[in-house]
Write a protein that binds this ligand. Structure first.
Ligand code: GLA
Length: 717
């Protein structure tokens, strides 16, 4: 811009490139609005779309960053110095990040700006991934001066859209009902979602969309935003007096400040931005494809995830080796591939009041050691997984006896327990070292295949004992950097261990975690009906392979609801399938049904976990009674649709399920029947749902109106 700072020109559908777009850069003098200079009265920062705005020089909207210089001044003027353009995208050092390791799918633009007074440099980084229509943005501040400055605020991305005709679509909830879709029209002023829990949170997910009011899953313009970060975040839209919508995404400025000493840098997390004019199904698919290629650990990204059995809801804390082996043996005969031992195997943990931090095996439960159990599981040709909650500490633990100062807590204050436990100071190297050593020992001795990394409470009385008074606001970010460091060390030392992240279910279901742990426990609510909503909401921002989805017992532990085993399977198939019940207690008919479910899932696993996901009937937009979705494989030769109906009505209207994403010219049979249907027929005319279709198989039992699967297989003439 005229003042040497960066302005924003346009963001949206691709348009032709020109050397200037005067039509998009408005300079129109408004009286009573501060101007940059006497002789340039029409250059008024408040009326100009900014690229990465500061505060205090006439733009009164909330800024992307703010720095306090050593004299207390909070004015910055970052002016353009130079830019560099490189192929590919490098990983960030201390933060989870996107990457293009092969340098062939992205281009990175870095713009260097300088503040001449403070001598602070600002690198704005933009990576364009044209094949997925994704842009990654982040900022880095480097102090080249001689005085320490304080970063009060450092967001990852700002976009000033020229109008406000959008709906803000967020995914909100609570424990056991995560990521419910909420759609509201933008209005004048500030609207935001955020977290101050030092976790991305059950309450608000960092993923959100801005869609035109008429945009649906199938049509229309929509922007998607996310943040590759697991700590406190802010997603904010400010609609100003001229209906310009300023979008800010990044670390929550509340509970944040960073001392930027001479020669030090601060790197923000990366924001993910995507756009399409073809509706929200397209947006979810392009962002999902991006994560699988440029965020998730390549070792696991394309690997089919094992079908697991988890003992939590089967035994809770009450187990020993014999009891577990009965579950393992039964699981083996049904085709399950991995046994996951949940909470309670360490210290003397028979309830949730004790032993967190003591990551060595409980000799009462395992007199022969944990490796003995692991060997027996591996001898069955099954994988072995284990639950840890590394970031936590119980007062009743050896760890607390030895290192009471490792626990987070403000001095001279009553400390607030959460689930009877407290949190370790992950900002301290010695804590990360201890956890790495303790976990490594168990991983090595048990030849562990998988870790469920849980995190069951948020942090209170935040205080870092090793930090100075003026560094205390660095704690929330330093905490999460410590978590990332431990993850990083573990995945580097044990590259074949699959991690699943968990935070009382989906309390840390975010892209920061997904960088290390390719999948996450979607929700502690395993009720099939509730899960339809949770998985439907989650699907907007995250692909199926990121969602752990389990079949549990009925009546369901969280809701008391009784659903058929078939329905529970029909929902859990659309994620990483697992079982979380005492299978030794199932009748022989139920065991046979589970066996069939597993055989069926294995046959279509790649499609379920990695197929393109299409939302068909949205329970958040209809009366909630009907939910349907479908997965389609890459060459569109196979698809599976699911339609769930909660309540039946007598004498119903004719119901048709319309598929999406099929090849219009291909012919398909339904549920291995003989009648052929064109793809366009299935998409536009649809399937008549109340009619019995094709051959009846147990897993697709077409007599079960409430939960139906439709398997489409291409059949040429
Ligand atoms: C959390 C998890 C559960 C289970 C328990 C164990 O609630 O979400 O899946 O692991 O902890 O204490």
């Amino acid at each position: 811009m005229e003042n040497g700072e960066l302005g924003q020109v346009y963001f949206g559908s691709k348009i032709h490139r020109k050397s200037a777009y005067d039509n998009l850069v408005i300079r129109e003098e408004h009286t009573a609005t501060p101007a940059w200079k006497m002789d340039q009265p029409d250059f008024q920062p408040e009326l100009i779309k900014q690229e990465y705005a500061s505060f205090g020089k006439g733009d009164f909207r909330y800024p992307a960053f703010q720095i306090t210089a050593d004299n207390g001044s909070r004015i910055s003027e970052f002016t353009f110095e130079k830019y560099t353009l490189t192929a590919g995208k490098k990983r960030l050092a201390a933060l989870p990040s996107s990457f293009d390791d092969t340098n062939d799918d992205a281009e990175t633009l870095t713009i260097l700006l300088k503040d001449k007074v403070t001598k602070i440099e600002l690198d704005l980084s933009y990576t364009v991934f044209p094949n997925q229509d994704v842009i990654i943005r982040s900022s880095q501040f480097t102090n080249r001066g001689t005085q320490t400055a304080v970063l009060n605020r450092a967001l990852s991305s700002q976009i000033d859209l020229p109008d406000a005709n959008y709906d803000f679509i967020q995914f909100s909830g609570s424990w056991a009902r995560e990521r419910q879709m909420v759609r509201t029209q933008l209005r004048s002023g500030i609207q935001n979602i955020s977290s101050l829990r030092t976790a991305s949170s059950h309450q608000q997910n960092p993923f959100f969309m801005l869609a035109r009011p008429q945009t649906t899953d199938d049509h229309g313009e929509v922007f998607g935003f996310n943040l590759i970060y697991s700590g406190n975040f802010l997603d904010q839209v400010e609609v100003d007096q001229y209906d310009v919508s300023r979008i800010l995404v990044g670390i929550n400025p509340a509970e944040f400040a960073w001392n930027l000493a001479p020669n030090e840098s601060f790197q923000t997390p990366e924001a993910v931005i995507s756009y399409t004019d073809q509706g929200m199904n397209q947006l979810s698919q392009q962002m999902g494809a991006f994560y699988m290629q440029h965020l998730v650990n390549p070792h696991f990204a394309k690997q089919e995830r094992p079908i697991l059995i988890n003992n939590w809801e089967a035994t809770y804390f009450d187990f020993n080796e014999d009891k577990l082996m009965k579950i393992v043996n039964a699981a083996k005969t049904l085709g399950i591939e991995m046994f996951v031992l949940d909470d309670g195997w360490f210290g003397h943990r028979n309830d949730d009041k004790t032993s967190l931090g003591d990551w060595f095996v409980d000799p009462q439960k395992f007199p022969n050691g944990l490796a003995h159990l692991a060997d027996r599981i591996h001898a069955q040709k099954m994988q072995f997984g284990l639950w840890f909650e590394p970031e936590m500490i119980s007062i009743d633990s050896e760890l607390y006896q030895n290192h009471p100062d490792w626990m987070i807590g403000a001095p001279n204050r009553q400390l607030s327990p959460g689930r009877n436990q407290f949190v370790l100071d992950m900002s301290r190297t010695e804590v990360v070292d201890y956890l790495f050593e303790a976990m490594s020992k168990i991983i090595t001795s048990t030849k562990l295949d998988y870790i469920k990394w849980d995190m069951n409470r948020n942090i209170t009385e935040m205080f870092g004992a090793s930090l100075a008074a003026n560094e205390q606001l660095e704690m929330p970010h330093r905490y999460i950097l410590g978590v990332y460091q431990l993850y990083n060390r573990l995945i580097t030392a044990f590259p074949s261990v699959l991690f699943e992240s968990c935070a009382s279910g989906g309390g840390r279901f975010d892209l920061g975690m997904m960088y290390y742990a390719p999948q996450a426990w979607t929700s502690d609510d395993t009720d099939a009906v509730e899960r339809m909503h949770v998985q439907f909401g989650t699907s907007y921002g995250y692909p199926q392979s990121m969602m752990g989805a389990h079949v549990s017992a009925v009546p369901n532990d969280q809701t008391g609801r009784i659903t058929p085993l078939k329905t529970r399977g029909d929902v859990a198939y659309f994620g990483d399938l697992g079982y979380e019940l005492d299978i030794t207690k199932l009748s022989s008919t139920e065991k046979e049904a589970v066996k069939q479910q597993i055989t069926f899932y294995k046959k279509y696993r790649r499609l379920f976990q990695f197929g393109n996901f299409y939302r068909l009937d949205n329970p958040f937009e209809n009366d909630g009674n009907v939910i349907s979705w479908a997965v389609v494989n890459k060459d569109k030769s196979c698809a599976i649709g699911a339609r769930y109906q909660l309540l039946n009505h007598p004498n119903p209207a004719y119901i048709r399920l319309r598929f999406k994403g099929l090849d219009p010219a291909k012919k398909y049979v339904i549920n291995h029947g003989t009648e052929k249907f064109y793809g366009d027929e299935l998409m536009h005319a649809g399937i008549f749902v109340t009619r019995s279709l094709g051959k009846t198989m147990d897993v697709t039992d077409s007599s079960d109106f409430n939960s139906r699967l439709f398997i489409l297989t291409q059949k040429d003439d």
